[in-house]
Design a protein around this ligand. Structure first.
Ligand SMILES: C[S@@+](CC[C@H](N)C(=O)[O-])C[C@H]1O[C@@H](n2cnc3c(N)ncnc32)[C@H](O)[C@@H]1O
Length: 317
């Protein structure tokens, strides 16, 4: 029953995020009336939502006043520097993919919706990726050991650019080109972090944009799950052609084991990608290694990051 009804608890959090409840509560105590007014909402519904949030342990209630827990203040108040409000917005967007899942599986994929192709969606998606990399960026970059003396890399589908910035911080001699169909968030982050002299952005399609020749390394983080096997092999061919011999590619992904039924987080994400993208899903470490081998890469190294996310390192022969 916990599994069957789990969506209701998730939705309490996602609805509160959508209405801006945690941001309205901010750092002080408020009545339900005050929060309903700030969020321009119905008082009865807001009181019930606040009580559910209290029950879930996300906020506190005493003497008719509500206030954020330490966790909510840190991660759920949009004014916090460590907020994940855009990431929760994206998860709430995926709600529609799950709602339509039975129809999708019956009829087959219907692919990217037109909404996902709008500049505003892409921008907010990149902000969500920036928030996701707050926790994952440092752990991921630790798994990317550059070839000795490396000075040039490129980041394929860079998203917010957070991983490239973390790489540039770790390797002071490294410069990079960040390629994505949407680069406004990456451009702002690079400027904000003071890396304009070493990191540049290139707005383009990863299947046609030129990759910098004779690069020492390439980063492909969380992009293979957007595409099918043929498309990913094409990307690997393009990456290989751009790398110098001995150059490395780092593929960061949700990886499956050989049964393709574990780890659970990757199997569930793979199903979501079936509904969210045109052709994507998750792949096993071995399957990606087979593609790498046929595209002229060797010396594979698997670096786990979390229980389901990892970096696959390979070297151009
Ligand atoms: C899941 S995000 C990953 C972003 C970043 N690498 C990270 O791990 O945070 C996938 C990225 O791929 C980009 N993307 C998808 N298809 C693309 C294409 N054909 N050409 C360029 N970028 C693309 C999206 O804009 C998005 O930024």
């Amino acid at each position: 029953m916990q599994l069957a009804n789990g969506y209701a608890d998730s939705k309490v959090l996602l609805v509160a995020n959508e209405l801006g409840v945690f941001t309205a509560l901010g750092k002080t105590k408020h009545t339900a009336e005050e929060v309903a007014q700030s969020c321009r909402s119905d008082l009865e519904g807001m009181r019930l939502l606040l009580n559910a949030l209290t029950g879930l342990g996300l906020i506190h209630l005493r003497a008719g006043k509500y206030w954020n827990t330490t966790l909510a203040r840190k991660f759920l108040d949009a004014k916090s520097p460590t907020a994940i409000t855009n990431l929760l917005w994206l998860l709430n967007h995926h709600w529609s993919n799950w709602t339509d899942m039975a129809v999708t599986i019956k009829n087959g994929r219907f692919g990217w919706t037109s909404l996902t192709e709008t500049p505003s969606f892409r921008r907010r998606f990149a902000l969500a990726m920036e928030e996701r990399s707050l926790a994952l960026g440092p752990l991921t970059v630790r798994t990317c050991r550059m070839p000795r003396g490396a000075t040039r890399f490129f980041d394929l589908a860079c998203g917010s650019g957070a991983y490239s910035i973390a790489l540039a911080q770790r390797y002071p001699k490294l410069s990079g080109v960040l390629i994505d169909q949407s680069v406004s968030v990456a451009r702002r982050l690079i400027k904000h972090q003071g890396f304009e002299h070493r990191l540049s952005v290139c707005k383009g399609n990863v299947f046609s944009a030129p990759f910098p020749k004779d690069s020492d390394a390439a980063l492909a983080a969380n992009i293979f799950h957007d595409f099918n096997a043929q498309e990913n092999q094409l990307l690997l061919r393009r990456i290989r052609d751009a790398l110098r011999p001995g150059g490395k590619v780092f593929i960061v992904e949700f990886f499956l084991d050989n049964t393709e039924a574990k780890p659970v987080e990757a199997t569930v994400f793979s199903l979501l990608m079936y509904a969210f993208t045109d052709t994507g899903r998750c792949y096993s470490w071995s399957e990606v290694e087979t593609w790498l081998q046929s595209e002229g890469f060797g010396k594979f190294r698997r670096h786990p990051i979390t229980g389901s996310i990892g970096t696959l390192e390979a070297t151009k022969r």
